[in-house]
Design a protein around this ligand. Structure first.
Ligand SMILES: Nc1ncnc2c1ncn2[C@@H]1O[C@H](COP(=O)(O)OP(=O)(O)OP(=O)(O)O)[C@@H](O)[C@H]1O
Ligand SMILES: [Mg+2]
Ligand SMILES: [Zn+2]
Length: 267
């Protein structure tokens, strides 16, 4: 019996195994009706000819959902692009670009300019639009990983001593088919002004993710309160790469009028 066959048998017989506890937890949370028919809920699919096991596609899907739910977001019940009601030409343009991005994703992904960037004013709907794009791509069967910048950076910093976990955790973001980085560099700004600079920890934890994605031409969707100008002041070279990859899919919201959260106070 191969090592993998042993593992599969162990899961099937429901014994505890530290490596696969998460698989089991996920399985136990599910009712029998939605257990994957391909792998019987083991997460491993057997090739009958070669007798080799590989990860079942349900495993990737579940892993992706875990990464969203970990930060309190369920891709199934987030606001849609249709719920975004533009107040002017800029917001109309943002919505239009988002709709086209989803529609033409299969073509766009092969281009160098396959990113998407929303900049500026808090409350303008940057997160709303990016999450809506993410959910729409997921429903097309595309793997999208959500990375709330502050929370994920905190976890990366906290787990750096646990080498094995760190590498696994970081590579979720590095290698995601599509990555949404929400509120990039939030810790560097206060009221729209630059109050911090890049730290050694940013270079250590964030840059490997950005660099890997850049070199492998993987699409990254970014929301940030920074303006492109502030990004450039933080790090000219990295900002240049990010903006370059977004091509025309860049929107900058400038001014309080875009702050949806303040709407009820501004009549
Ligand atoms: N044009 C709009 N139509 C409908 N809802 C909107 C619009 N703009 C913003 N909202 C809503 O306003 C709230 C704030 O938007 P969101 O969190 O996406 O803003 P943000 O630009 O990401 O802000 P921050 O920089 O603070 O993260 C959300 O509930 C969002 O759905
Ligand atoms: Mg936001
Ligand atoms: Zn399966």
């Amino acid at each position: 019996m191969t090592e993998v066959e042993k593992i599969v048998n162990r899961i099937k017989s429901n014994m505890t195994s530290t490596d696969h506890t998460q698989d089991q937890v996920t399985q136990m949370e599910k009712s029998t009706s939605d257990i994957c028919p391909i792998c019987n809920g083991t997460g491993w699919e057997l090739n009958k000819e070669t007798r080799a096991y590989k990860r079942c596609k349900c495993y990737k899907k579940e892993k992706m959902q875990r990464l969203w739910k970990k930060y309190g977001v369920d891709p199934k019940d987030i606001k849609k692009l249709n719920d975004y009601v533009p107040i002017d030409e800029i917001q109309k343009e943002a919505k239009g670009k988002a709709v086209d991005y989803v529609k033409d994703f299969e073509t766009i992904v092969g281009n160098k300019e396959n990113g998407f960037g929303l900049f500026g004013q808090p409350g303008a709907g940057k997160t709303h639009i990016l999450l809506a794009i993410g959910a729409a791509l997921i429903s097309k069967g595309i793997e999208v990983v959500y990375m709330p910048y502050v929370e994920v950076m905190r976890e990366l910093k906290a787990t750096v001593m646990d080498n094995e976990y760190y590498i696994k955790f970081s590579s979720n973001y590095m290698k995601a088919r599509v990555l949404i980085i929400d509120d990039l560099f939030k810790d560097k700004l206060k009221n729209g002004n630059l109050v911090g600079e890049l730290k050694e920890s940013d270079i250590k934890h964030l840059y490997p993710i950005l660099n890997y994605r850049y070199l492998n031409n993987l699409p990254t969707l970014i929301s940030t309160e920074c303006t492109p100008d502030i990004l450039q002041r933080l790090d000219d070279a990295q900002a240049g790469r990010m903006l370059e990859r977004c091509g025309d899919n860049i929107i900058v919201f400038t001014g309080q009028k875009y702050n949806y959260r303040m709407k009820k106070f501004m009549r």
